[in-house]
Write a protein that binds this ligand. Structure first.
Ligand SMILES: [Zn+2]
Length: 61
């Protein structure tokens, strides 16, 4: 990942905010580093847990 400042080409609505670089917050589920900045207020999930949560909440029914 390049770290050249303004990178607002977010095409994923569910993606994390631009962290700009470490330190990253830990995943609340597995303590893996996430793509969220440490100052992020809210639940921080690593991509893997985020995907699992998305599967869980995306109840097709
Ligand atoms: Zn995780």
């Amino acid at each position: 990942m390049s770290d050249d400042g303004d990178d607002y080409c977010a095409n994923d609505a569910a993606g994390p905010p631009p962290a700009g670089g470490p330190p990253y917050a830990d995943c609340v589920l597995c303590q893996e580093p996430t793509e969220y900045p440490e100052s992020y207020k809210g639940i921080t999930l690593c991509p893997r847990c985020e995907w699992q949560e998305a599967q869980r909440t995306a109840c097709s029914g």
